[in-house]
Design a protein around this ligand. Sequence first.
Ligand SMILES: *Cc1c(COP(=O)(O)O)cnc(C)c1O
Length: 470
Amino acid sequence: MSGLRNIPPMDELLEAEAVQQQLQRFNRGFVIANLKQAVADIRQELRVSGQESSREDLGLRIVTRLDRLLWQTSRGTLQKVINATGVVLHTNLGRAPLCKRALAYLQDMGRDYNNLEYDLESGERGSRYHHVEELLIKLTGAEAGLVVNNNAAAVLLGLNTLAQGCEVIVSRGQLIEIGGAFRIPEVMKQSGAKLVEVGTTNRTYISDYANAINENTALLFAAHTSNYKVIGFSAEAQLDELVDLGKARQIPVMQDLGSGILADLSEWGLKEEPTVQESVRSGADIITFSGDKLLGGPQAGIMVGRGSYVERMKKNQLTRALRVDKMSIAALEGTLLEYLCGDPLENIPVLKMLTTTSVDLAARAEALKQALQGQLQNGEVVAIHTASTDDRVGGGAYPTYQLPGFAVQLVFSENRLESVVRRLRAMEPALVTRIKDNSMHISVRTLNPGDETLLIELLAAACGPKDAED
Ligand SMILES: *Cc1c(COP(=O)(O)O)cnc(C)c1O
């Protein structure tokens, strides 16, 4: 037990050069709490091992443990992840990475005071909803716009404002559930509107809506079935048919567009999603969509449409509870400005990833393969190839569309794949890959600039000599 007696006392440990350095970075209470934990850890290890150690050795071990504890306890739980899955809008990985213009704007507005709710011209109170609205009008052609917390909130607000206590007609083919517990029938219930289902799962006609209209009908609702597709013997009423019916019977039409794409990507094969502009042109009265899906911005629920309806939304008490903060407004405004005056296909990461050509992806995969070949020659990786992959848009958009992509495929020796995958998740940044055919696929489409260099270091470390723990 003499090892325990050699543990240096607290005041001596606190004087150590390495600990003094940590005291420059962290407050004293935090360092001392972690130092106590480090001493307790080492004490326990000595008890278990019964090992003899000098005072000097123990001091070093404690300081090393302290460094690790401080590193672990001083960082947040959000961490950078390198997305090598080929799923562009991965909800679990934070959906859309932001463009530079949005990030710069966000940083400026976060650091300083701003005119969030202050009218600089009159010197009086202004409205936070004023900020993004002009841009939304310019970009979509709608009369008015409003931004709330997310698209689920936008749908809730729309239903509550336009149809509380009244009936809303929805096709049975559009009673959607989106991942993360968003179900149209449930949202409808929460909004206080009464759901009236028409048609069947696979076929609904405009006459089904027309027949269901009565004096309690307040809204015709269309949901873009963004995360699945009914194929075969199927039919849905078109948005313009709904608009015509709504006009004839003086009932507003609301469309939950889901992803809400502003750029025309038909040239790149992505032509099934209607753009927001197309929906506006169809004449829908209110259109809702997410800020962080195909738009490529921050989490937000965007509503565009008729001025009189948007005005009613703004006055609804619920809007206060669903309101967006200055950070979201700044990030969204920055993103929309990129659409207005920048080069969205080049600078908005999501759009860049979706429009990168196969030739470019193949070249990136080849370059990455060659770089990895130079680094991973210690036996765990038995083969490195490039392979074609089916990348995905994700975020519930284009459910059946496979984006032809390219990946580096790593084949590992006997049973090593799983432990390497686990180690990569534990690293900083973490690397998330796709497992297919008992091998690791690193899709290059979803790598951000700079990720390749990091990824090579991570893989070299993760595929290093076997640890004791494996
Ligand atoms: C994604 C989606 C939603 C939910 O949007 P959030 O911004 O995640 O709240 C609602 N409706 C549709 C059709 C969607 O695709």
